[in-house]
Design a protein around this ligand. Structure first.
Ligand code: FES
Length: 79
């Protein structure tokens, strides 16, 4: 499913606030790599933990860790 996320709100927090969920077994510390979402519109900066947890190919596809993601603009993501 797709969700439009506003700027300056952590993506995993926003997902929960809308009544949806992503798995967060590490509690949002960026260590488990399980909370991935895919950016389908807009730009979501690659975080330090994204670089550690995700492959180059995943990053190019727009995959990001929701717990580490704080968009600077409105973005559309896929859960
Ligand atoms: S919740 Fe574990 S990496 Fe995001």
């Amino acid at each position: 499913m797709e969700l439009i996320c506003p700027p300056n709100v952590q993506v995993s927090t926003y997902i929960r606030s809308r009544g949806y969920s992503v798995p967060t077994p590490c509690g949002g510390r960026g260590n488990c790599g399980k909370c991935t979402v895919k950016v389908i519109e807009g730009n979501l900066k690659i975080s330090t933990m994204d670089k550690i947890q995700l492959t180059e190919e995943e990053l190019e596809q727009g995959i990001r860790l929701a717990c580490q993601a704080m968009p600077g603009e409105t973005v559309k993501i896929e859960l």
